[in-house]
Design a protein around this ligand. Structure first.
Ligand code: NZQ
Ligand code: ZN
Length: 392
């Protein structure tokens, strides 16, 4: 295990009806005027936004609202948000929604206290030194942004999807009521499940040796996610399964499973180019890219993939033929993604093989020529991984 610093100061308030506590939480965390941010309108339809407003009003706090954060959130709304936030003198940012709304809110929180262009943080021209405090009301377990230090934004004019990270972006609190996820379309439920599993894979596939504690924790979370996912597909309103998925989504990405080990994140890089080019749902893109990445990197560490296959994908132990067992594990993962309704090839997602040069161009702009921690890869390797994901 490598040395590490782990800082995760978010207060998680989890369970039924917890959204009614948001006013109190804002007050406890020192808010005076709250900037409420939301997405395309699901929170209006479900009545959640009204409940949140009521809870804030009850505490006598002031607020403004800005909706419109879309999946794969864009810079143009962030600029609008920063301007509104400064004009209204807001001192606390409250995204009510999923990863896209939260990431847009985090960008506004950092941009509101920065004199330059907020995109500098995503362009790696500047580091975030401060941000307005962010509190979250989560409506979809997926990106893990409610507990993470990251924010991912797309610069619309250039089609560039980029992330930044800072301890100042970690939410002060996150309200997670699993019942709020009953209204999620199955597509987004499934995409969220793939995303949270992928956040674990990015950490599980590591060159660091002797990380048995986080290996076993990761395996336990992965198995729990798949069990709960199968229940939700049959019973979308099963509270315990929804609750498992909600908390799994947070711990998959708040950093606790990545401590003491090198993380990879190549597959997220490969996927972000797909969601930037096609506006594809992030989790759907990952369902295509992860099996392809795993097969391509299998020989890098057959033992690790064998472990994954036997501990997570229920492949029977076979010490004589570890590579075959490992391959079977990847195959079972791909089948699971298909079972929950996710695409596993370019073809199934209407992505085009002819576009691979475009994906590689933006990948190079975003990540450079050398990728990977688990296995060192070049852009030529990335090309081969994309090609292998085109069709079965
Ligand atoms: O916009 P509304 O109308 O609210 O609808 C949303 C959206 O269409 C809908 N939805 C959310 N909660 C709902 C609901 N519909 C009905 N009932 C509910 N309870 O679901 C759709 C997807 O929402 P979105 O916020 O886009 O989902 P997600 O949480 O998957 O976020 C995806 C974004 O997060 C980024 C992704 O790249 C993508 O841009 N990521 C952020 C990370 C981070 N900050 O740490 C890490 C991730 O790896 C990821 O890259
Ligand atoms: Zn992700």
């Amino acid at each position: 295990m490598e040395n590490f610093n782990f800082y995760s100061p978010t207060e998680f308030v989890f369970g039924k009806d917890t959204e009614h506590k948001v006013g109190q939480l804002l007050k406890q965390h020192g808010a005076n005027k709250v900037f409420i941010h939301y997405g395309g309108g699901s929170v209006k339809k479900t009545g959640l936004l009204d409940r949140v407003k009521k809870s804030i009003e009850k505490e006598g706090l002031d607020y403004v609202t800005l909706g419109g954060a879309k999946p794969n959130p864009v810079d143009t709304l962030v600029y609008e948000g920063i301007e509104l936030c400064k004009k209204e003198d807001c001192d606390f940012i409250l995204p009510v929604g999923g990863g896209s709304t939260i990431d847009s809110a985090k960008a506004i929180a950092a941009g509101a206290l920065y004199d330059g262009d907020f995109w500098d943080f995503y362009d790696r021209k500047a580091r975030i030194e401060k941000a307005l405090p962010v509190g979250v009301v989560l409506t979809i377990p997926a990106a893990g942004s409610e507990g993470s230090s990251a924010s991912v934004i797309t610069k619309e004019s250039e089609g560039l999807k980029r992330g930044t990270g800072s301890k100042y972006l970690r939410p002060k609190f996150a309200v997670i009521n699993p019942e709020l996820t009953y209204t999620l379309p199955m597509w987004h439920t499934a995409a969220g499940i793939v995303d949270m599993m992928s956040h674990i894979f990015e950490r599980y596939l590591t060159p660091t040796k002797d990380v048995i504690l986080t290996d076993r924790m990761s395996e336990g979370v992965l198995v729990s996610i798949m069990e709960a996912a199968r229940t939700i597909m049959k019973e979308p309103k099963n509270y315990e399964a929804r609750a498992t998925i909600c908390w799994a989504g947070t711990i998959a990405h708040n950093g606790v499973l990545g401590v003491g080990r090198a993380e990879d994140w190549t597959t997220h890089g490969l996927e972000h180019e797909l969601s930037a080019l096609y506006d594809m749902t992030h989790g759907a893109g990952l369902a295509i890219m992860f099996p392809a990445f795993m097969r391509y990197t299998l020989n890098q560490d057959v033992e690790r993939y064998y472990r994954f296959a036997t501990k997570v994908m229920s492949v029977p132990e076979n010490h004589e033929h570890k590579r075959e067992a490992a391959l079977e594990g990847i195959k079972r993962l791909e089948i699971f993604f298909g079972e929950i309704g996710m695409p596993t090839t370019f073809e199934e997602a209407d992505a085009k093989k002819e576009d691979i040069p475009k994906l590689l161009k933006t990948l190079k702009q975003n990540a450079g020529e050398k990728l990977g921690t688990f296995m060192s890869l070049t852009l030529d390797d990335a090309k081969k991984i994309y090609e292998s994901a085109c069709e079965k």
